[in-house]
Design a protein around this ligand. Sequence first.
Ligand SMILES: Nc1ncnc2c1ncn2[C@@H]1O[C@H](COP(=O)(O)OP(=O)(O)OP(=O)(O)O)[C@@H](O)[C@H]1O
Ligand SMILES: [Mg+2]
Length: 453
Amino acid sequence: MKHKLAYRLAVTYGLIFILAVAVIDTALIIVYRDNQLKKNESFYFDLSSMLSTMVKNNIRITNYINTSEENGDRNAGRVLLLDASGKVLLDSGGELSGVSMTNLEYRKALENGKPAAGYYTYGDKGMAMFSYPVSIEGKTSAVVMISVFIQDIYDDINRFAIQVIATSFAVAFAVVIVSVLMGKRLSEPIVRLTAAAGQIYKGKMDTIVEVARNDEIGRLAGAFNRMSSELLKVETGRKRFLSDVSHELKTPLASIKALVEPIISGAANEEESREYLQDIDHEIDRLSGLVGSLLTSARLEEVELKRQELILAEEVDYTVRVLAPLAAQKQIVLENACDRTIVIQADRSMFREVLINLLDNSIKYGIEGGFTRVECTRKAFKVIDNGCGIPEEDLPGIFDSFYRADKSRTGASGSGIGLFIVKRIIELHGFGISAVSQPGKGSEFTVTFYPDV
Ligand SMILES: Nc1ncnc2c1ncn2[C@@H]1O[C@H](COP(=O)(O)OP(=O)(O)OP(=O)(O)O)[C@@H](O)[C@H]1O
Ligand SMILES: [Mg+2]
């Protein structure tokens, strides 16, 4: 069942409602029934009280009680006057006169000196019996008895009960329908989210769920969509990275193979062979550089940051020392213009990787006799050079993996993974990185320590 939640909700609401309504209905019917019977009771007690007073005052009641037209007629009823021994002194019906009889109501009125009422069924009809004592000087000497059919009152009570129960059933039905609809409205986006999650599981990463709602479910859908677009980005990045890696590995391997073949077949003479072997050596260097970079970038995904206090100027000193021989080849001056008091919280080996990559680039893409200067403030540090610069159209891509700006400008070759690693390390630290450059004039890379502050 797709909307299990909706039906569960409807059943729960329905049951709670029916239970509540059953209690209310029962109470209502009981109160109504008691009310109707009480009204009837008080009418006949009034009547019998009047007859009792007349008997006490020796007024003949025969004229009054004989007015009944027909026994069993509720309005007329049947009136009896019994003495203390149970003998019928008067009977509105006539035939019981002189007969001895006792019943519960009679005995109650006689013994307690109080009126009593009892309810019976006669045939299939409801009947009520009322007794009223005739007390003279505190002693009950006779009892007025009235029996009357009250089936019409019972019918009225039954009609009332049926109406109340029918109304309740109609409302309960409506409640169940409304709960199903409400539950469906509630669970519908969840059903869609579940289906979308299934799609993502099957690899359809660009699945988006449209939920135009402002509540928790709307926010859940929003979070889901953000997650799926993030997954899509990661997945696309992963695929692109993989194909880039394969491509980058294939190219030097193919050229190595092309260089090896004439040597093996003997088609190349000794001088050519030496030249080819030098080229092969160069390609192997490139390959091992690439594999080293790949390993570094793979390690970044697993390694945890070990932050410690670093004096920035000292780290720059170290990098300058490491790269000095490379810089010397192009007579590039490496200048550390950092304030010695600036301390940052960073992972030492990762941070050195950043500095080495940035300075290595500025040397690799620098001009003969140029310079590279590292400046820093409390908020950021800059690596500035007067090298070949980066064309405007290439700037946005330089931090992507395997991105190389036009090689013909510099003749320098790299795998294009250095800045990708730099960016990843910077992000891991929560820092920011940006670059500005003017082709032919130089570049400036800025690492911001606390971009949000
Ligand atoms: N200081 C710079 N001056 C001019 N161009 C630069 C500079 N730094 C980076 N670039 C350009 O950005 C590209 C990407 O740099 P990145 O460091 O990622 O790759 P790479 O240096 O080519 O190779 P790798 O660092 O992996 O050996 C470079 O190919 C180069 O075109
Ligand atoms: Mg580089």
